[in-house]
Design a protein around this ligand. Structure first.
Ligand SMILES: N[C@@H](CCC(=O)N[C@@H](CS)C(=O)NCC(=O)O)C(=O)O
Ligand SMILES: [Fe+2]
Length: 237
């Protein structure tokens, strides 16, 4: 079982992956303003969240992962290359995250940020902001690098079977799911694009910086929980 949730404010897509037999579950890229909703949904679906995984240290919203850990006792995971603290599992390429009878494979897809990860589960790839539908993550902050992103997309994502479903971390155009074949053929930033042309195109994007970047990046390096909050919770438990 699987749920896709959308945050209208930051256009973030959040996913809940569920082992329908044991009811163990994983949440990918949770957003802090929905913590109560995630807890209510967990009760409604009769699931136990085991992990909250972030595809990267987000620049545009605050993750719910640390607060969910403190409230539910789950484990947080983010790339070891993100420079994050207070993370239970510093993830790296090839790691396997098991919940119930299910396993997620961690695939390093850096380039939008140095620590970008994608998560592969049952033919579905959760790409964070590496590959978006008809787009890709910008590469102008947090160790972003257009050449590295091009290699991640062409060598790690586009080498998966054509029918692999693509579930991105954000969507700004009203899309919700794609697949590898469709993105190879129609993604306007990548289809028939050389590495050099892609790097030049990304350098010329000139996007305004995310309005929350100065708050979100330091907060997300602590899983969205400030150290004082975490100490308080540790004293209580
Ligand atoms: N306007 C948004 C910024 C959105 C943004 O920059 N999103 C990043 C993901 S963190 C991106 O890679 N966008 C790709 C694009 O706009 O092409 C905000 O202020 O938060
Ligand atoms: Fe991002």
């Amino acid at each position: 079982m699987f749920k896709q949730l959308f945050d209208e404010v930051s256009s973030t897509l959040t996913y809940i992956l569920i082992d329908d037999e044991t009811r163990a579950a994983v949440i990918i890229d949770p957003v802090d303003r929905y913590i109560n909703h995630y807890i209510a949904l967990s009760r409604q679906l009769n699931i136990q969240l085991r992990y909250a995984l972030d595809t990267h240290v987000h620049a545009d919203h605050i993750t719910a992962s640390g607060k969910l850990r403190n409230l539910l006792g789950l484990q947080t995971g983010v790339s070891e290359l993100c420079g994050a603290e207070n993370v239970d599992w510093q993830l790296k390429d090839g790691d396997m995250v098991t919940f119930g009878r299910e396993t997620i494979r961690v695939i390093a897809t850096p380039g939008h940020t140095a620590g970008g990860l994608s998560f592969l589960w049952l033919g579905q790839l959760f790409t964070g902001d590496a590959l978006l539908i008809n787009g890709c993550g910008r590469t102008d902050f947090q160790g972003g690098d257009a050449g590295v992103l091009f290699d991640s997309i062409t060598q790690r994502i586009f080498t998966l079977p054509d029918e692999t479903l693509i579930y991105p971390g954000h969507d700004y155009q009203g899309y919700r799911v794609s697949n590898v074949a469709q993105e190879k053929l129609t993604n306007t930033r990548l289809a028939k694009q050389s590495r050099e042309a892609f790097i030049s195109m990304m350098a010329a994007l000139n996007l305004p910086k995310p309005s929350m970047i100065d708050v979100a990046v330091p907060a997300n390096r602590q899983c969205g929980v400030d150290v004082v909050d975490r100490d308080k919770v540790n004293h209580l438990t």
